[in-house]
Write a protein that binds this ligand. Structure first.
Ligand code: OAD
Length: 234
């Protein structure tokens, strides 16, 4: 089986009704990114940051995976698939994908403020009330915080993601503006024989020497086209 790796971003979930970050009307226009998505922002005003992610979690329960997520999951019938996602939602899981690396954390999980990457402190929040309150404690006694990788923090899952990308026969990038590192740098770890596809309705800056095949469509229509293009791959 060929190894197929997806690298997904906010555009993957746009058709499910979750805002992207940098498009016009995107989340970072409504909320200053440094206030709600940086470690300094959390240190300055933890209540505001908890409220922001509590709202994101409540929104998540009202949305569903789209056709694009389902087609990504269906590729497991023919390929050895890994999904590397920058998204903190759980829509790839809910669509049925099995091997998912979350580079920027997971919205439905909470962790310790003292040591966010301590596996003993990472917990899944209850689906019916996924709220973190000030005063809720992690296993190590520190304040519970969102399990999100904020700007200014390390990205521990980048190493396993590099491993996967470097073994890929096919890399498919969907719905990311490739603005945020180290995620955007993953394209540079493909081996020379790897075919790279990009599904995004807009132009995205990438290195032309990578020979990327750009499918200029949204996630669902773009995935349908990709399925046709990969029909004869085994
Ligand atoms: P961006 O908001 O930067 O980029 C979204 C991309 O999705 C753009 O290239 C859009 O053209 C594209 N897009 C819009 N609608 C689409 C659709 N229906 N189908 C396919 N593509 C579509 O989001 P990301 O690149 O994911 O990190 O942002 C990366 C990181 O920045 C996020 O993980 C987040 C943010 O700050 C953290 O919060 C730590």
């Amino acid at each position: 089986m060929k190894k197929l790796v997806f690298l997904t971003g906010a555009g993957m979930s746009a058709e499910s009704g979750i805002s992207t970050f940098r498009d016009s009307g995107g989340l970072w226009e409504q909320y200053p990114v440094e206030a709600v998505a940086s470690i300094q922002g959390y240190e300055r005003d933890p209540e505001l940051v908890q409220k922001f992610y509590n709202e994101r979690r409540q929104q998540l329960s009202s949305v569903a995976p789209n056709e694009g997520h389902r087609l990504v999951a269906s590729m497991e019938e023919k390929f050895d698939v890994t999904v590397v996602t920058q998204n903190v939602d759980d829509l790839h899981e809910r669509a049925g994908s099995h091997h998912i690396i979350h580079l920027h954390g997971e919205l439905m999980k909470a962790t310790s403020t003292r040591n966010p990457n301590d596996p003993d402190c990472i917990v899944t929040l209850p689906e019916d009330n996924p709220i973190i309150r000030m005063g809720d404690k992690a296993k190590d006694g520190s304040q519970l915080r969102p399990y999100i990788v904020w700007f200014g923090e390390s990205v521990p899952m980048i190493e396993p993601a590099i491993q996967e990308v470097s073994k890929a026969d096919i890399l498919v990038v969907i719905g990311t503006s490739l603005n945020v590192y180290p995620a955007a740098g993953l394209l540079n770890f493909t081996h020379p024989g790897c075919k790279i596809y990009l599904i995004d309705p807009k132009d995205v800056p990438y290195d032309p020497s990578l020979g990327i095949h750009h499918i200029m469509k949204g996630a669902s229509e773009g995935m349908k086209e990709l399925c046709r293009l990969l029909e004869n791959e085994k």
